[in-house]
Design a protein around this ligand. Structure first.
Ligand SMILES: [Fe+2]
Ligand SMILES: [Fe+2]
Length: 302
């Protein structure tokens, strides 16, 4: 298996910000840079945040260009991950774009009174506009190697105790597939995985609506892994009770994670549980955070 090295995961957008010049908002975007086994550098983009202006602002403030990005992967079609798809494609100047067949489908949140709010890919960021900006869109349920050594999970089987609960204040999530409305189980949720040389397998999640246990179980089968180096990204444990969070941590134990950087939709309560369970391995994440797996990580907590 192709191994990646000198891996650098730059958080362009997260709910939180740390530096005064960067913006935090409900959303997520990572720029991933690494070297393949032949020593060639690669750059890929995972999601584009939940606010166009904030995404572009942070790029500018971090003096980051998107030139040379080979692939843009969309973790799922929620608006907090897809706000600047077209702007990113334009900035890159044409790029391969990956998602799932459900990623661009219309989706809504319907409250108890029947009122609807769109929560899918925002208007103006669709397939036609991406293609017009130079993007080449591939939608697949299967795992795919988007750059040397970097794989998507594809659609993740839901086999553990993890579920997608109905919204906390009632109502329902709806997706339109083949012209029919269905309860949205967010089947388009995917993560990235790679084998980091000298470290082990690493998972980068978007919202992880499939569940982190389902995701790790799936990747352990795809890659033949019994342990993982780390997990970085949103774990969507927000709103879950202590029992559910503890059950999740218990199920993760056999995988012996050494680096955890839960952010975005993980929620503060679950983040504190992770900090307690992984006091040495926890890395706080926020807009502007750079995680370099080849460097001795300092200030792991803050
Ligand atoms: Fe999200
Ligand atoms: Fe989401």
């Amino acid at each position: 298996m192709e191994q990646v090295s000198r891996l650098k995961i730059i958080t362009i957008a997260d709910n939180m910000a740390y530096e005064t010049n960067l913006w935090g908002h409900w959303g997520l975007s990572f720029l991933i840079e690494y070297e393949d086994s032949r020593g060639e550098r690669h750059r890929i983009l995972f999601d584009t945040g939940g606010d166009r202006e904030a995404f572009l602002h942070n790029l500018r403030e971090m003096k980051l260009s998107l030139q040379g990005v080979e692939a843009l992967i969309i973790s799922h079609g929620h608006l907090d991950h897809t706000a600047a798809l077209v702007e990113a494609v334009r900035e890159i100047g044409g790029v391969r774009v990956y998602g799932h067949p459900h990623t661009f489908q219309p989706r809504f949140f319907e409250d108890q009174t029947g009122r609807r709010r769109e929560i899918g890919v925002p208007e103006g960021e669709g397939i036609a506009e991406i293609e017009e900006a130079g993007g080449e869109v591939t939608l697949t349920r299967r795992p795919i190697e988007v750059a040397p050594g970097i794989w998507t999970t594809g659609e993740i089987p839901r086999e553990s105790f993890e579920d997608i609960p109905p919204p906390s204040r009632g109502g329902r999530r709806i997706i339109v597939v083949d012209g029919e409305e269905q309860t949205d189980l967010i089947w388009d949720d995917l993560s990235l995985w790679m084998y980091v040389k000298g470290r082990g397998p690493l998972i980068i999640t978007g919202c992880c609506h499939s569940g982190i246990v389902n995701t790790l179980n799936h990747v352990s089968r795809l890659g033949g892994f019994s342990e993982f180096y780390g997990v970085i990204g949103g774990l969507h444990l927000i709103g879950r009770d202590d029992t559910y969070i503890r059950r999740t941590l218990e199920a993760l134990k056999p995988y012996n994670l050494r680096l955890v950087s839960p952010c975005h939709c993980t929620g503060f309560k679950a983040m504190t549980h992770f900090l307690e369970a992984y006091p040495e391995g926890f890395i706080l994440n926020y807009s502007g955070r750079i995680i370099e797996t080849h460097r001795e990580l300092e200030n792991r907590v803050f």
